[in-house]
Every structure is written in structure tokens, then in C-alpha cells.
Design a protein around this ligand. Structure first.
Ligand SMILES: Cc1ncc(COP(=O)(O)O)c(C=O)c1O
Length: 325
């Protein structure tokens, strides 16, 4: 296992030899960090757009293929929901493109009794998210979890390492101090407010591997699915949020529940209220800079989307007891 899912992606792609710069289709609505390994490995990223239900715009993809030779298709199972997987498998088969599944939001979720991440040529997942850990990324290659010896240094989270991270990145340090102590200063309207720098590539230490291996994943999955259904009507009435999917996909393991706000002001008011009352609501992470600056429709969606945590007991309890006007 790896420190992060993005490391798993980098590791899987780093040794593939290409005659030319390989091209990869990547959803415009993606988190910036997924593009870090692709940029590092000199991939030609071709963005494709999605609708508000996270379905790729298929006719646009057909147009892209008329102009570009494409080697890989990155499909994100947004919020652990494999809504577009079957269509994407057909598309990739038809055009002889290798599928990469990003199941960072739904480790151990399945479709038709098969683990998400094992349908593609490569799959990645981020179990750290479901377990609220700082590290833990998984790689699947050709349908199997990658368990071979990993030729990377082991990640360490000693005090020195943490300090080093801040010393090398004073901006990160200042933003953390600000968020902790001057809460109202977070500018949620800035699409770069949660920007993450490029992180190191490490293998996971044994202690964390054991936590992930020994977790009761059936319980995690059932808990998240139940909470999705319990919280959704409350979120609609209490916070005036609009659902995207009423129920999670069968056998999926949603890390969080996505909903739409009325507009940016509504979303920001909820984020501020959440920060003050420890509800754990999140915006979608930072989009790739290229998307932010050249594809404004994604900012319109980013302004409206809010993500509600399903794995943290304290947050869920606070949401249930919360009053919001
Ligand atoms: C869709 C998606 N893919 C990949 C990642 C990367 O996961 P990790 O933070 O474990 O590298 C993220 C996360 O932040 C994500 O939202």
C-alpha cells in the first residue's frame, strides 16, 4: 500500500514506456491532486466535461477522439458511485483505450459482486478517507490488488517530518494556523482556498497497513449507506439542499454524500456554519488550475456543490442535533 491514492497512480504509470507523450482523458470536474502524478510523468491531459449528475458528456468524447489519439481514460467513481462504469467499459473497449478507475471515494465498494478498481487496467483507492486517517492508498493492476514489494521509502509521520513539511511550505503553516484560530477568515469563494501542494511518494508503514487490513469494512460500508439515507431528508429540510442521488448505488461504499446548494452564498453560509458548529461539511476540493481558469462551467458547479461526511460519528451526531436557519 501507498501513502496516498495519487502515489498509487504514479507508481503504476511510472514504468510504462511510451513512444510518445501518452494522452489521458481526465474529467474536468476532478480534484487537482489527481493530476499531480500525471503532470509529473509528462502525460498529455485532455479534459472531458460532465453533467451535474457526474455523467461524462459522451458525444463530446466522441468528438475528442476524432482529433486526438488517446491512450488512457481516467474514470472517477464520484463519491464511490459507479454511475458511468458500464458505459465507460463499452466506450474503452470500442476505442481500444485503457481504463483507469479512480475509486478514491469508495474503497471496497462493488458493482455486480466485483470490487470497484478491478474493472480497469489500473485502479486506485484511498481507504484513508473512509477511516479518517492521514495516509493509506491502494493500487489494483489488471484486476488484482498490487501486493508486490514497493520500491519506495516508507512514509514516516515523526514530529520532525511534520515540522519539515511546514518549514518547507510556510504558506501551508500559515493557512492551518489561520483556519484553527481565525475561523471566519476562510475565503470559501476562492476556488483555490484548499489548494494542496505536491506531496512525496511513499509506501505505507506496516502499522497503517494493518489498520486498513483489519478494519471491519462491511460495517464501514453499511454504516455509510445507512447514514446517507437517514441524513438526506434532514439535509433537504434543514439546510434546503438538493440531492443528486436519493440512494447510494447498490453495494457502493460512499465516503461522503454530495448535495447541491442554491448558490454560492447559500453554500458559503453552510460552510461557515459547519466550521463553527463542527459539522464537517466540505466544498469539492480545488479543481485543476487549467480547469479553473479556462472552463468556467465547472466553477458554477463547484460553487453549488457541498459534501457531507458519512464516516465521522461526531460530525453525524452534530448534524442530527444542529439547528440552521
Ligand atoms: C476523486 C479523487 N481522486 C483521488 C484523490 C486522491 O486521493 P489521495 O488523497 O489519497 O491521494 C482524491 C482526493 O483527495 C479525490 O477526490
Amino acid at each position: 500500500m501507498f501513502n496516498l491514492a495519487r502515489t498509487a497512480l504514479w507508481y503504476a504509470l511510472k514504468d510504462i514506456v511510451h513512444a510518445e507523450k501518452p494522452s489521458i482523458l481526465v474529467p474536468e470536474y476532478v480534484c487537482d491532486v489527481v493530476t499531480h502524478p500525471l503532470i509529473d510523468l509528462n502525460f498529455n491531459i485532455i479534459y472531458y466535461s460532465m453533467d451535474d449528475f457526474f455523467e461524462p458528456i459522451w458525444n463530446e468524447l466522441d468528438q475528442i477522439l476524432k482529433v486526438h489519439k488517446v491512450d488512457y481514460f481516467l474514470l472517477v467513481h464520484f463519491f464511490g458511485q459507479p454511475t458511468s462504469l458500464l458505459n465507460t467499459l463499452i466506450f474503452c473497449e470500442k476505442h481500444q483505450i485503457k481504463l483507469i478507475e479512480d475509486n478514491a471515494h469508495g474503497f471496497r465498494g462493488q458493482l455486480n459482486n466485483k470490487l470497484l478498481g478491478t474493472f480497469g487496467f489500473i485502479g486506485i483507492s484511498s481507504p484513508r478517507k473512509n477511516l479518517e486517517m492521514s495516509e493509506g492508498g491502494v493500487l489494483y493492476i489488471m484486476g488484482e490488488e498490487f501486493n508486490s514489494e514497493i520500491t519506495l521509502k516508507q512514509s514516516k509521520t515523526t514530529l520532525f517530518q511534520k515540522l519539515k513539511k511546514y518549514l518547507l511550505n510556510p504558506k501551508l503553516f500559515i493557512s492551518i494556523i489561520r483556519r484553527r484560530f481565525i475561523r471566519t477568515n476562510t475565503n470559501y469563494s476562492n476556488p483555490l482556498y484548499s489548494f494542496e501542494n505536491i506531496q512525496g511518494y511513499y509506501k505505507l508503514n506496516n502499522e497503517k497497513i494493518n489498520i486498513i487490513k483489519n478494519a471491519d469494512w462491511d460495517a464501514v460500508l453499511n454504516n455509510s449507506r445507512d447514514r446517507w439515507e437517514t441524513l438526506l431528508p434532514i439535509l433537504v429540510t434543514k439546510y434546503r439542499l438538493n440531492p443528486i442521488w436519493l440512494k447510494p448505488f447498490p453495494d457502493s461504499n460512499p465516503w461522503c454524500l454530495p448535495m447541491y446548494c442554491e448558490n454560492l452564498e447559500h453554500r458559503n453560509a453552510i460552510l461557515l456554519h459547519s466550521e463553527k458548529n463542527k459539522l464537517g461539511f466540505m466544498s469539492w476540493p480545488t479543481l485543476p488550475k487549467e480547469v479553473i481558469f479556462t472552463k468556467p462551467l465547472n466553477i458554477i458547479r463547484w460553487n453549488k456543490l457541498i459534501c457531507i461526511p458519512l464516516t465521522n460519528d461526531k460530525y453525524v451526531k452534530n448534524i442530527l442535533n444542529d439547528t440552521f436557519k
